[in-house]
Design a protein around this ligand. Structure first.
Ligand code: IPE
Ligand code: IPE
Ligand code: MG
Length: 252
């Protein structure tokens, strides 16, 4: 690691790791080859971010919509995921990284769920970076589930409809324990969220890189950081309010 450092106020970085298939196809290889390389790049990225002192890294690993891919690709991804967790568990502990998952985990094969459970268990005392894999994850499904939970609470008489506030919804999302992403980085040039953190992305900064995920590294991370450092996060306010909150008497 050379001069790479975290920009101020970047606490939660979320990455949509896209482009494994295209990377492999460009080399005349099958998509699995790209996923293998992608898993290695994910490992390196996790370790780099942990060393930099990032608080929360979320990796979009498999979407609810990815279940619709050919069966052979889905099985290969599941195999790779299980193998990756088994192999990396000790490294996560060594790097003081605490692991968690969000998504419809019950849809994953039992063997993968076992690896997930072991990894969560082994890393639960780690106090460094929080690493979350979004697995079988979809933002719409997550919001729909929160709506069902709220509806059940209202039906049971433990919650009044007026109590369904933004905070109440946030509390019932799987991300309830984490802050919203400050920066969402997507590789391979697609300008879309693909059902990732739809509620939580309300004020995330976005950085899209043309780099395909298997080619991702410190250079692209540096570009994303410098983009983020140049963002003025106004959250609906004016530049003057952001720059001189005290003089304008607008500090809340
Ligand atoms: C990202 O790469 C990995 C997953 C979505 C599981 P892709 O497999 O989407 O690769 P492209 O986008 O087809 O190149
Ligand atoms: C988004 O990539 C999901 C992950 C990176 C896990 P996709 O390749 O599934 O997204 P689309 O289909 O191009 O929008
Ligand atoms: Mg893709």
């Amino acid at each position: 690691m050379n001069s790479l450092s975290l920009p101020p106020h970047l606490n939660h970085l979320a990455i949509i790791m896209d482009g494994n298939g295209r990377w492999a196809e460009l080399r005349g290889r099958d998509r699995a080859f790209g996923h293998i390389r992608g898993a290695r790049v994910a490992k390196e990225t996790i370790e780099t971010c942990a060393k930099l002192g990032l608080k929360q890294l979320t990796l979009y690993t498999f979407s609810t919509e990815n279940w619709a891919r050919p069966k052979s690709e889905v099985s290969f991804l599941m195999l790779l995921l299980g193998r990756h967790l088994r192999k990396e568990r000790a490294n996560l502990v060594r790097n003081n990284i605490r692991f968690s998952v969000i998504g419809q985990i019950d849809r994953l094969p039992q063997a993968v769920r076992d690896e997930i459970d072991k990894t969560i268990q082994d890393t639960k005392a780690c106090s460094g970076m929080n690493l979350t894999f979004a697995l079988s994850y979809g933002g719409r499904q997550e919001i729909a589930e929160a709506a069902r939970v709220l509806a059940r609470e209202v039906a049971a008489g433990v919650l009044r409809p007026e109590e369904i506030t933004e905070a109440a919804i946030t509390q019932r999302l799987q991300t309830r324990k984490m802050a919203d992403p400050d920066l969402i980085l997507r590789t391979s040039g697609e300008y879309r969220l693909s059902n990732f953190m739809l509620w939580q992305a309300a004020y995330s900064e976005l950085f899209i890189s043309e780099t395909l995920w298997p080619d991702f590294g410190e250079k692209t991370l540096e570009e994303a950081f410098s983009h983020f450092a140049g963002c003025e996060r106004r959250f609906g306010k004016t530049t003057a309010q952001i720059k001189e909150p005290t003089r304008l008497g607008l500090v809340q």
